[in-house]
Design a protein around this ligand. Structure first.
Ligand code: CDP
Ligand code: CDP
Length: 226
């Protein structure tokens, strides 16, 4: 669907990509792809099936056979709702392990591209602009300082009534940044044609407006109004 516009939002953990991408999608009436959820689902399926993090072929098979459904912000794996289960720390670490395997990434490509449906798509992850949708209309690299990101994750967990330690969160964020940026398959990096959006000092609304502004400034159909 090369005519369908894509807004690609990539960036590190807890930078706010998911929140910003969802709101931009709502504002434009576009579809939304949370690509990280797919890696999390493979990790959860691996934990359930007892497939090891270094078993590339086993993980690839799980990715190919993944039975997922997204609906109104909720996620199902087969018949089971796993919306909260895929957000656990164990699954978060597992996701960044399974994501290093090229065969797993390859197995998830078509599934991600299938989200590109009229009138448009907002996709967030690590390689939306670089690999999955290289022809995206708008590419944003969304970041914030590690300290701000740890603080945001902390607040998020507190609001859910979960316990957390800010120093541990900061360490986790730094470790995951390192693993995501240093891997050889689709590492997290700002591509040359992406614009940098540092949200350390921005509210969610300000970040959403900045993305919408870029989209309106890009040429093509569907840019009037909004
Ligand atoms: O919300 P957060 O940024 O912490 O994580 P996520 O976007 O749900 O992604 C979970 C993990 O999947 C990340 O640590 C990445 O290693 C991996 N991932 C990826 O490799 N490529 C993507 N397009 C999205 C996620
Ligand atoms: O998807 P990602 O892991 O990049 O981050 P997220 O889950 O969308 O955002 C992490 C937390 O930061 C959420 O609780 C957001 O509400 C919050 N946030 C914020 O406080 N200010 C921003 N400018 C963006 C996000």
């Amino acid at each position: 669907q090369p005519d369908v516009p894509v807004i690609a939002i990539d960036g590190p953990s807890a930078s706010g990509k998911g929140t910003v991408a969802q709101r931009v999608a709502e504002r434009l009436g576009f579809h939304y792809l949370d690509s990280g959820a797919l890696y999390r689902l493979v990790a959860l399926a691996a934990l359930r099936a007892g497939v090891a993090w270094d078993d590339e072929a086993g993980l690839e098979r799980l990715a190919q056979e993944l039975k997922v459904r997204f609906d109104a912000g909720r996620v199902w794996l087969g018949d089971e709702e796993v919306t909260d289960a895929i957000r656990s720390e164990e699954v978060s670490r597992g996701a960044s392990s399974v994501a290093q395997w090229p065969a797993v990434r390859e197995a998830l490509l078509d599934r991600q591209r299938a989200f590109r449906q009229p009138p448009g798509l907002v996709a967030d992850g690590r390689d939306m602009g670089s690999v999955v949708f290289p022809d995206a209309r708008v590419k944003i690299f969304l970041t914030a300082s590690p300290e701000v990101r740890a603080q945001r994750r902390y607040k998020q967990l507190m609001e859910k009534g979960m316990s957390a330690n800010i120093q541990t969160l900061l360490q986790d964020i730094r470790a995951r940044d390192a693993r995501d940026s240093q891997r050889s398959a689709a590492p997290l990096q700002k591509c040359a044609d992406a614009s940098l959006l540092d949200t350390s000092d921005l509210t969610i609304d300000q970040a959403v407006e900045a993305v919408l502004k870029q989209y309106r400034a890009s040429s093509g159909p569907g840019v009037a109004g909004g």
